[in-house]
Design a binder for this molecule. Structure first.
Ligand code: NAX
Ligand code: K
Length: 512
């Protein structure tokens, strides 16, 4: 699903209004009705009081439409106008009149007004600012937003938490902290970023019928990746295929005490469909690997406890490297020698990334399309410190352009940066924040590359499958008890969803 910029949202609104020959207040009516419909389905006529805070632009106008519908359905409402500007949008005024016609006179909150008291258990509807926010709110408006955050009410924001910029960092003290965000048509980028995502605990996208062809024609910088986006990438296995059809992957890493990382990656690589998997490890890895994974072939270097050489007596169809490898001088030298001779599609993780951070000349040796899978700490060592998430994404994009690679930035919403685009993953849960989870991801992506998936396809599908497998773990585990090998154990079930009978059903569900 595309993630639109504020400007693209405005263009989509305007195009829809023109193309359908409707008035802009009709689109606002649709938007407000969609919000009301969702609220009504949850509240079911309950006698709770809703405090509706409306700004003076179109987001505030939405709030006024919702207020009218709530009133007409017998809900108890209290409407406030947050008077941060003397300018009122035309559709705000139309809807203010419609409310006044129904004998509702909102309370106007100005700089000098006392802050309203919100009793515990009430609901706050936040329609102060929407996507039109273009400067920081004034201090008194921030104070009001903070008082809403401190209240014990359930906070529901319309479109975006007020004060949240779509394309730049927002100060947490200047943003409404929403329990729910009811957003129009498409989710917004800050919902998925670590610093701002915590201000929208849950979001729901409501269809307001924006013109689909126009949206399809937009080139967006970001996209949300779910079942619908990944399923078309999936390649069904052919009847007359054999294990050679699906490649021979090489997993390289390990050191004394860190052999588990290679075991986890190798198994995940096999479980993701690579025809053959060979692991290359130091001598001490021979027995554990052979015992843990009879399906995996094992080759060892000369040294017992660390990699001092990496031999490749065959040309792998893909290589995953770096897990548990250590960053001793000898291992980095072995890594360099490997990169100098390797031409196979490559995934670099963990100590492979740390080696690159220590010696950036290694970057030039990677084949184009190499997939780097850093967690935030590794990313910082790779691209340098950033001041906020937006700068981080810009720096990541620049890095990807300069080095012709892909970045898989691991996190609650893992982001794949490929070319000029960022792809936000939608699967996964906090139970996956556990030792070895990243090793499994490297194995999955390597396994997909090994079968001939292109780097971008392998990265997107790998991240999705990994997260989905983590979600499926929760059928039998808790978030606390899930461990990396549980994720691997559910890779099969995650793949199965691509071709079982209910996958069409699932796709429909996602679409609805
Ligand atoms: N354009 C449309 O046709 C539709 C817009 N919709 C709603 O409209 C919202 C966007 O509305 P607007 O563009 O009117 O903007 P907002 O309602 O988000 O903001 C209000 C206005 O205040 C001004 N402003 C911005 N930052 C400010 C600040 N810090 N302090 C004081 N004033 C500030 C701007 O002029 C802005 O237009 C969306 O989020 C959505 O809720 C929906 O009704 C759907 C249809
Ligand atoms: K809002």
């Amino acid at each position: 699903m595309k993630i639109l910029s504020a400007e693209q949202i405005r263009a989509a609104d305007a195009f829809t209004i023109e193309k359908e020959g409707i008035q802009s207040d009709e689109l606002m009516e649709r938007a407000g009705s969609a919000i009301f419909g969702w609220l009504n389905s949850q509240l079911n006529g309950s006698p709770v009081t809703l405090h509706i805070f409306c700004g003076t632009g179109n987001n505030g106008g939405d709030g006024l439409v919702v207020a009218r519908h709530l009133l007409e359905h017998g809900y108890q409402i209290q409407v406030y106008i947050v008077n941060y500007s003397d300018k009122r949008s035309a559709d705000f005024l139309i809807n203010l009149d419609r409310l006044k016609d129904r004998k509702v006179w909102p309370e106007v909150i100005k700089e000098e007004s006392a802050l309203p008291v919100i009793p515990e258990g009430d609901i706050v509807l936040d329609a102060i600012f929407g996507t039109g926010l273009n400067r920081e709110p004034e201090p008194w408006v921030c104070k009001l937003m903070q008082s809403l955050n401190k209240s014990k009410a359930l906070v529901v924001s319309i479109d975006v938490p007020s004060g949240m910029f779509l394309e730049r960092h927002s100060d947490p003290k200047q943003v409404v902290h929403a329990h729910y965000v009811l957003t129009f048509q498409h989710p917004k980028l800050p919902f998925f970023l670590p610093s701002s995502g915590r201000f929208c605990e849950q979001w729901v996208a409501l269809d307001i019928g924006l013109h689909q062809e126009f949206i399809d024609s937009l080139d967006t910088a970001y996209e949300l990746i779910g079942f619908r986006e990944v399923r078309p990438l999936y390649r069904f296995r052919k009847k007359f295929s054999h294990k050679g059809t699906y490649g021979h992957a090489l997993i390289v890493g390990g050191s004394h005490g860190k052999m588990g990382a290679v075991i986890l990656s190798s198994e995940a690589c096999l479980r993701s469909g690579s025809g053959l998997v060979t692991a290359f490890v130091p001598g001490c890895g021979y027995n554990p690997l052979q015992s843990a994974l009879p399906e995996v072939m094992v080759m060892t270097g000369k040294d017992e406890s660390e990699l001092t050489e990496i031999r490749m007596p065959f040309t792998p169809s893909a290589v995953g490297i770096g897990m548990g490898m250590g960053t001793s001088k000898a291992s980095i030298a072995a890594f360099r020698a490997f990169l100098e001779s390797n031409t196979s599609p490559l995934v670099v993780d963990a100590d492979g990334l740390n080696a690159i951070s220590k010696d950036r000349s290694l970057l030039k040796l990677m084949p184009p399309g190499t997939v780097l899978t850093p967690h935030p700490g590794e990313l910082e060592r790779l691209i340098g410190p950033w001041k906020d998430d937006f700068e981080k994404l810009e720096m990541a994009r620049k890095f990807v352009g300069e080095h012709h690679c892909l970045l898989v930035i691991k996190g609650a919403h893992t982001m794949v940066v490929s070319g000029t685009k960022g792809y936000v993953n939608s699967t996964g849960n906090p139970g996956m924040a556990t030792a070895g989870s990243g090793d499994v991801l490297t194995g999955v992506i390597t396994g997909l590359l090994s079968q001939g998936y292109l780097p971008e396809e392998a990265a997107l599908m790998g991240v999705y499958i990994h997260g989905r497998a983590g979600d499926l773990c929760l059928d039998s585990q808790s978030m606390e008890s899930s461990i990396a090998s549980d994720i691997t154990a559910h890779i099969g079930a995650a793949f199965r969803e691509f071709y079982t009978e209910d996958s069409d059903e699932k796709e429909r569900e996602v679409r609805e």
